[in-house]
Design a protein around this ligand. Structure first.
Ligand code: HEM
Length: 153
């Protein structure tokens, strides 16, 4: 192509090969891997997470063995923190601003039975919120390992 025509084609078509700007093809540094937000998106992003947390709080409220623990808890605050925690844990664009699990459950002396029962409430809530089982398993895999930080504190 004649040089004058090449300049013209670049201006007209904005061809990438004509660009003088540096091309952004370098991979992200290994220290900052792309966040995997697939579970967050599969759950329906923010609205989906809120629905799941509300279903969980509903089950907890209706469980006489579990709701006693929350007698003195600021429930709107707990709801906000759970939404943050679920969002952050599933790769969503949130930051969890609550206490550590050890601190939050300190003095409650929770047992493994309490924890199992709580997980049962969560699973019932996930079913009611129509969360598919594979997504439920991914959620439980995120929260299950927190057991030692929660039981016996
Ligand atoms: C994986 C399981 C669990 C997760 C992810 C979880 C998460 C949380 C979070 C995010 C908070 C708020 C933290 C804050 O106030 O800064 C919290 C508080 C609390 N959790 Fe859990 N929790 C779990 C298990 C349990 C269990 C099994 C019980 C009781 C049966 C329980 C009872 C409570 C209570 C009573 C509070 C409020 C404490 C207060 O009012 O100061 N949690 N939990």
């Amino acid at each position: 192509m004649h040089a004058r025509h090449a300049v013209f084609a670049c201006a007209l078509l904005a061809l990438p090969a004509c660009s003088t700007a540096p091309r952004r093809t370098a991979p992200a540094p290994a220290s900052a891997p792309a966040r995997d937000d697939s579970l967050y998106r599969a759950l329906g992003a923010q609205a989906g997470i809120e629905k799941v947390v509300d279903a969980a709080l509903g089950e907890i409220h209706n469980d006489p063995h579990i709701n006693l623990f929350f007698a003195n808890t600021d429930m709107p605050d707990l709801r906000r923190l759970l939404i943050e925690q679920f969002c952050a844990a599933t790769g969503g664009p949130c930051e969890y601003t609550g206490r550590s699990m050890e601190e939050a459950h300190g003095g409650l002396n929770l047992t493994d039975d309490d924890f199992d029962r709580f997980v049962g409430d969560l699973v019932r809530a996930f079913d009611k919120a129509a969360v598919p089982k594979d997504q439920q398993q991914r959620l439980l895999a995120l929260f299950g390992p927190m057991r030692p930080q929660i039981v016996g504190q």
